[in-house]
Each structure stands twice: as structure tokens, then as C-alpha cells.
Write a protein that binds this ligand. Sequence first.
Ligand SMILES: *Cc1c(COP(=O)(O)O)cnc(C)c1O
Length: 410
Amino acid sequence: MIRKNPAFENLAAGYLFPEIAKRRRSYAAAHPDAKLISLGIGNTTEPLTPYITAAMKSYVEALGTAAGYSGYGDDSAGEAPLRAKIASVLYGGLVGADEVFVSDGAKCDVGRVQQMFGAAVSVAVQDPAYPVYVDGSVMVGAAGKMPASAAGYADVTYMPCLPENNFFPDLSVVKPDSLIYFCSPNNPTGAVATKAELRRLVDFARANGCIILFDAAYFAFIRDPSLPKTIFEIDGARECAVEINSFSKPIGFTGVRLGWTVIPKELRFADGTPVQTLWTRLTNTFFNGASNIAQAGGLASLDPEGLAEMRTLTDYYLENARLIREALSGANFTAEGVETYAQGNAPYLWVRFPGRKSWEVFDAILDRCRVVTTPGAGFGPAGESFIRFSSFGHRSAVVEACDRLAQLKL
Ligand SMILES: *Cc1c(COP(=O)(O)O)cnc(C)c1O
């Protein structure tokens, strides 16, 4: 028989969300009458918006005609008008249309980026972090083994992001020539790096031969105008950063699937090869372009009408976040020293329960409130004692969950 790829033998426990689903199922089986509400997984819940839906509908209808049909796109990097509009509308010209590579989503692009760097690259991640960065690094063989202490993969540098450092890491722990994963607004903490902080990150990367993989999937939730929405607002980022981005959270395209990656022309590997060259080679081999229907929707979302819908949709989730925040500021929480970190620029609330374990708090909230959350420890060692509350949900369910939380006896 054939052995599995040995890199997969290093994978520690299963992916976080299947474990949550398992606990949820067994709770539901034991309590068949309990009405569970999920503030757990970061999945969108509100319908596609009218202007964007109409654009996709008419595109589909055209596909059913001889004149409007098209097959594979000319270029796996996406339709030229969409690339140009992303560059002009979302980046204000800070990047060129030929530096925007449209894809079927940010998660898929993280995996492709990891293939470009392979097993030999040093990896640094914010801790806590979106699990894909670390698990993907394991699968390409870059993360090494998980020690028995389960303290984190041997070849991954964890950069703790805690309230104590304002969720911005100490970069001095990062090895030279590392691939640095950085997500802002952050999943799971909701923290957004300031311009000064991103400048420190970019300066560090340039001085140390690092490349930043900047995940900006939550840019559309930023309301504070002083906060940067893209790494390319920082001078020098063009020489050291790749930005991964997505239409999933801004316009509810989690199921439709559309994202993009920005790779500046200046960005090079040690031997001088432009990163764009490898990316084009890789994506032309393994990817035939994003769905043309999804691209029609993405294009519409960047019209004034689409941008207004994007704003309304993200406002809806931000209002949910505000309601959850209010519920968590109740006397039952403050008496226990529970602290909620949320600045109103992300759909997540990051909540510390001092002296408690994440999974224990997860089970307590599930049992007593019938609310599903996400245990912070699942995002990395520094997530222990934290719980992530997601604000993706219908308003009525969120209000009900808030009522239950307000009565929780910890
Ligand atoms: C949801 C999410 C994405 C989006 O991934 P898609 O594949 O585009 O749906 C990317 N990064 C982070 C951190 C996310 O939470």
C-alpha cells in the first residue's frame, strides 16, 4: 500500500471547527429540545444584496445565449475589468491592475502561496491566528513536528498578540528570511494594526529579508478612518508584502467564492525571480480562474450601488457585534474580571476569562446558554483563556443569545 505524504503525519489534532461541530452535535443529541444559537464559526448569514445579485443574474442569462457565452477566461488571473476596478476602487491606485490576481477565495490562495515557498521557508505567525496558516505550513512540510508538550510546532515562530502588547507582536523573535503571516483586522482577536504598527512590520521585514503575507479579508469592517485597510498604504510594502483578500465577508460571497491576491512587481525571491512569475506559473498550472459569474458579482460590488450594499451589510454585522459587546459588559461578567476586546472595526469579539480554560468556558456557555462560541485556544497557545464571539448571525438570534448571556452565572 502507498504511504501518505509524511508531512501530514505532523498534523496535530483535527481542524478546530470540526471539533466544535462534534461537541455541538453531542450536546444537541443529549438535549434534543435545546434551541442552539451559533456565535461560533465565521460564516456569513445575511442574503446577497439586490444590486449584486441582479448583476450575477443577468450574467447567467447572457451565458445561456450564443452571444453572451464564454468558457475559460483568457487569463487565470481574472477578467481585466475586475482587476482594474479592484486596483482603482479598493486600492486607490496604490497597486496596478496587473498586480491583482483574482481567485476563488483567500483560503485557497493561502494554500497556493505556501506551495511557492515550500518546506524550507521559516514561518512566523501571530498567536492566536487563523488556523489555515499553521495547518497549511504543516502540509507543505514547513512547520516541523508538534512536541509532546503540544506547545506549538517546532519550526513555527509564534508571535504572541495579547492585550498586554495591544495585540501587536514583538517582532524581534522572528528569524531572518521568514514568511510572516499577519492578519488585520484580525481573526480571531478583532484587533486592527495602526499605520505606525504596520510601518514597524514593513521596516522589520525589509531589514530582515522577510516577506509579509498580509490577510486583509476583513478590510470592509474598518470604520475608524485612521486605520489602514491595506498593507500597501505603508511605504516600502511593495518590496516585502503579498496581500490576500476576499469578497467573502464584505458581500457575503462565502458560498459564491471570490477573492484576490496582490503581488507587487518589485517583490522577488533571493535568486531575483519575481514572485509574480512563480505565481503566474503556479496558478496557470493548478487553477483555471475564478467563476465568471462570481466575477460579475464582484465587479458590481465595486460600483457605487454595490459599495453602498457592502457598507449596509457590514454595518449589520457590526451592530450585532455591538449588541454582543453590551451583553458581555453585564455585572455577571465584570464581577469575574471578564474583559472584552472589541473596537468596532471587526466582526469578532475577543473575550478573556481570567484563570479559566477556553474549552471549559466554551462548554459552560454551550451548556448554560445553549450558545456555540469558539474557544480561543484553538487559534494557538496565546488564545488560552479567551473565547471568540462571532457577530455573523440573524439579528433575532443574536438578540436571543445576548439575553441568555446576560443571565449567565459563570
Ligand atoms: C473568512 C476568512 C478568509 C476568507 O476566506 P475565503 O476563502 O475567501 O472565503 C480569509 N482569511 C481569514 C482570516 C478569514 O477569517
